[in-house]
Design a binder for this molecule. Structure first.
Ligand SMILES: *Cc1c(COP(=O)(O)O)cnc(C)c1O
Length: 353
């Protein structure tokens, strides 16, 4: 980022914005024994009649302890989708500024760019699915506000090399957003511990994958407190509802169970990888650091349709850059993985008539 200040990257409208101050900003109804006649709520009820804590203080405290970073480095939202959208709205001037994405990768960055009228410059990953650092930096300029790196990457499953990420953090003129949705399956440390070193590093994580809570919709951004401060100005006050906050807090009482699930999924991933590699219709199983496998097939579209007919839904990634003839298999329960393998054994061993 050089010597640029974060405030210089923020859209002028957001820099000048005075955020809405909600009734529940100052006093928290669930904790204080006060009379709350400030928010026009229905007074009858056991908690859900009240607006949720707009700053999610209890939950953030837990997350801060869990991840080992200060609470003021964290912003929570309605899934990663919302927190990624907030980054666009704070940093990218519609119709004028750009982002850079590295296909094949998570499709949401491009969709959000479209929604926000922000141009998306694509610089494909190299043949090992690593970022082409010098090509990215050649394309970068004062108008490229966000660079999205997904590590482990969806759909390829590999991690981006740390030297490459750090080279980009040092030289990219905007923010480098590292999407760590799958970090807990990777066996590697999160990059959040480098936020102090790189003020332009933004890490996103989610409760949807390893934490097993895709249904509650909870995403996180972790970054320099100044970035978090700007995101807080734009986020809707009650973007994380009371049920979500409660359910996410509960998850911390069962961390041993969650860790067991992660270990089981990693064992299953290895097992599935071995089984798939032996099938005649499988050309290659790409090494994965996530809870899915990208698999190169003989004819991905045909196998996709045949699997649907067997009642098994997978993802066809064949139209993604560098992913010709690939299917993405999420690692399921041992029984589900067995069903997938058996179905493919039947399909692959059937001679064509
Ligand atoms: C699944 C996934 C997410 C999670 O999105 P949520 O909105 O938090 O459910 C984020 N990034 C990537 C790359 C993913 O694959």
């Amino acid at each position: 980022m050089g010597d640029k200040r974060i405030s210089e990257l923020v859209r002028p409208a957001i820099r000048m914005l005075k955020p809405y101050s909600s009734a529940r900003d100052e006093y928290n109804a669930s904790r204080d024994s006060m009379v709350f006649l400030d928010a026009n709520e229905n007074p009858f009820g056991e908690g859900l009649n009240r607006y949720p804590d707009p700053r999610q203080r209890l939950l953030k405290k837990k997350i801060a302890e869990w991840r080992g970073i200060p609470e003021d480095h964290i912003l929570l939202g309605n899934g990663s989708d919302e927190v990624l959208d907030l980054l666009f709205r704070v940093f990218c001037e519609p119709g004028e500024e750009r982002i850079i994405t590295l296909p094949p990768t998570y499709g949401m960055y491009k969709v959000l760019a479209g929604v926000n009228a922000v141009e998306n410059t694509e610089i494909p990953l190299d043949e090992s699915f690593q970022p082409r650092v010098s090509d990215i930096l050649k394309e970068a300029g004062p108008d490229t506000k966000l660079l999205f790196l997904c590590s482990p990457n969806n759909p390829t499953g590999n991690q981006m090399a740390i030297e490459k990420i750090e080279a980009l953090l040092r030289a990219f003129p905007g923010l480098v957003v590292v999407d760590e949705a799958y970090v807990d399956f990777s066996g590697s440390q999160s990059l959040i511990h480098k936020i102090g070193e790189y003020p332009n590093l933004v890490v996103t994580q989610t409760f949807s994958k390893a934490m097993g809570l895709a249904g509650v919709r909870l995403g996180m951004v972790m970054a320099h407190p100044e970035i978090i401060g700007y995101l807080n100005r734009v986020k809707p006050p009650y973007n994380v509802n009371e049920l979500t906050q409660r359910r996410a807090l509960e998850a911390f009482d069962h961390m041993d169970r969650i860790n067991e699930q992660i270990s089981l999924l990693l064992e299953e991933r290895e097992h599935l990888e071995d089984k798939l590699a032996k099938l005649p219709c499988v050309q290659a199983v790409l090494p994965s650091k996530a809870n899915f496998l990208l698999v190169r097939m003989d004819d991905a579209t045909r196998r996709y349709t045949e699997l649907i007919q067997q009642g098994i839904v997978v993802r066809n990634r064949s139209n993604q850059h560098g992913c010709e003839n690939t299917l993405r298999f999420t690692v399921g329960t041992p029984e589900e993985n067995q069903q997938l393998v058996e179905a493919l054994e039947r399909l692959c061993n059937t001679a064509e008539s």
